[in-house]
Design a protein around this ligand. Structure first.
Ligand SMILES: Nc1ncnc2c1ncn2[C@@H]1O[C@H](COP(=O)(O)OP(=O)(O)OP(=O)(O)O)[C@@H](O)[C@H]1O
Ligand SMILES: [Mg+2]
Length: 255
């Protein structure tokens, strides 16, 4: 079996005396979709932020595509990278949050092409063409000239996904991408994520959408109190969980 695209080993993180990640291990192979489930405060968002070094970890390692995130391997030793070099590594890792964080004074297309032009140095006409293709892919081919305020929450979130994809990431991290949406808009965003998954994108998705996890995930990881409680294929974790903690959580979200 091939080397995982993402490998987290013993990731620990404390805020003051509060240890919120108590040694998390996770392997995600290329093209795999992993859904992270767990109650509020479990450490899911913190863990995602550790994966792209938005948080400095206290112990453990995170490797993406054979490179240690936030560090450089020289002569068998890890040296912490400067912020500028971490930012470079981060380009490979797309992140979509609960809140869409689009630039309000820029159109949908301008939001999508900003990163490629400014950060990757893509020629504006090429970026525009690729940007339109990406908007097409998320079902917004006709709305490139709209400003965020003129779009629904679901449409804005799809623009945010297109904007992440424009950086051609190797890995996409989603942190409850549908939980700020009105219920009737959730499906259109999950449909885009399903398509992405089917197209082979490697994804780590924090979500409470059990139906999505059940359909799209290759693996489900249930976390509580900063630790992985159990992990396995969705049909097992979601239908026949071993741990009482997981059963209680599922009963609550499915209620
Ligand atoms: N910047 C911070 N400073 C101090 N404590 C923090 C910080 N960020 C998170 N925490 C604490 O870490 C713990 C885990 O938070 P985290 O946001 O990762 O949980 P979560 O699983 O994403 O929860 P939710 O489902 O509510 O989003 C919580 O106890 C939280 O209060
Ligand atoms: Mg969270």
């Amino acid at each position: 079996m091939s080397e995982p695209l993402l490998r987290a080993i013993g990731v620990r993180k404390s805020y003051g005396h509060n240890e919120v990640l108590k040694g998390i291990d996770l392997d995600v192979r290329r093209g795999q979709v992993v859904c992270l489930l767990g109650p509020s405060g479990a450490g899911k968002s913190t863990f995602l932020r550790c994966l792209n070094h938005l948080e400095t970890i206290d112990d453990g390692q995170v490797w993406v595509d054979g490179k240690p995130i936030g560090f450089e391997l020289r002569n068998g030793k890890l040296y912490e990278l400067r912020e500028r070099d971490v930012a470079k590594q981060r380009r490979d890792i797309g992140m979509v949050f609960q809140r869409f964080n689009l630039f309000g004074h820029r159109t949908a297309l301008e939001n999508v092409i900003e990163g490629p032009i400014r950060v990757l140095g893509v020629a504006p006409d090429v970026a525009r063409r690729e940007g339109r293709e990406l908007l097409d892919r998320v079902g917004l081919g006709e709305r490139g000239d709209a400003y965020p305020a003129q779009l629904s929450g679901g449409q804005q979130q799809r623009v945010a996904i297109a904007r992440s994809l424009a950086m051609k990431p190797k890995l996409m991290l989603f942190d409850e991408p549908t939980s700020a949406l009105d219920p009737e808009l959730v499906g259109e965003v999950l449909a885009v994520m399903n398509t992405l998954a089917a197209d082979g994108m490697t994804m780590v998705v924090v979500t409470h959408e059990i139906a999505f996890a059940s359909e799209a995930a290759d693996e489900v990881v249930f976390m509580a109190d900063g630790a992985v409680v159990e992990t396995g294929p969705p049909e097992r974790i979601l239908k026949t969980p071993e741990h009482e903690r997981t059963r209680q959580f599922l009963a609550r979200v499915l209620a």
